[in-house]
Design a protein around this ligand. Sequence first.
Ligand SMILES: [Zn+2]
Length: 425
Amino acid sequence: MSITIEQHAKVENSGTKLATCRFCGAGLHHTFVDLGMSPPCESNLELHQLNQMEAFYPLHALVCDRCFLVQLEEYVSPENIFTEYAYFSSYSDSWLAHAKAYTDLMVKRFPLDHSSLVVELASNDGYLLQYFVQKGVPVLGIEPAVNVAKEATNKGIPTLVKFFGQELAAAMVRDGTQADLILGNNVLAQVPDLCSFVQGMKTLLKPRGVITLEFPHLMRLMEGNQFDTIYHEHFSYFSFLTTIKIMAKFGLTVFDVEELWTHGGSLRVYARHDEDSSHPVTDRARELAAREEKAGFTRLETYASFDEKVKETKRKILEFLIDAKRAGKSVAGYGAPGKGNTLLNYCGIRTDFLDYTVDRNPYKHGKFLPGTHIPIFSPERIQETKPDYVLILPWNFRDEIQKQLSYIREWGGKFVVPIPEVEVF
Ligand SMILES: [Zn+2]
């Protein structure tokens, strides 16, 4: 499908900007999945806000037919999303263990010591950099959310409260700062100006430095039906092949990749300057690129089939909830993650199905989920009300949560995960 010059002029005249690809600039004409209208998912509400108007934005993912980057248009300004970010990484045990294991691996594989500099982009509350500090490796965090950056500074992690891009990188280099290791965990997807971000990493990296980036793997998202990991804060969804293309445009070579369990299946890609031959491209990088090629990630039809699969998942989730409520059962939620809000809003699940949800992060207690207005309590609420079912919203932590909440078996309680298919256990 292409848009004629006349149609283009009509769109422009109506004041609507035509969507173009965040990476290659081509026009975006193809739907990946349309999840309807949703509020920004981290904007939990206070009691007094429940009677006020709420902003909803389209959650419509498109795929570029030239570079195959799956992406959302930018409806919500990053300043609105990130200046008061409620996600403190330190509240998850398995996340901390993951961060610790990563630092062990990096120090073992690359020559990092007291004379090196590790820079983390979107360093959150310093949950990861603290492990480099423990090893005596100097660090610098860059974190745009004021409240979480303050937590990091309180812990003794030097943190710049800034958005990262080419402009900041150039200013840092002028001040004599360059990095031996640049890491970005779950940030690449959240960057509105993708090109400036990647160019900034190229600028900030020492000649023999290494970049590692972790982000959800589009192939896993599609295989695992993880449509709830699509939300306004995530502008881009990457295959390995598209990542290689993006890095290459800025003179960076992806030389290695690991497939991780985090966020339902993530990639950790390793990149270096094109000119640096000290890290040859590994077999596992070549193997994954070939696997994606074979799975159809360079063909538009592969992406076009996802939308219908998601609609069927919604029907199955609602089927379970309707049956449970008709049988007089009570259902509570566990967790208040961003992905929960995509799922609940898309499926239209409010307190008619889910009495409440709980979260370990005290920052969220007493608040309400955006759009659905489901109240958030501390986990003790489950012990008090003894629900028949606990719907695990952060299904990527299902094992950890099942262990923490094993006491629900005392009253015959059962767990439910919605993704990839409804499963009761
Ligand atoms: Zn593109």
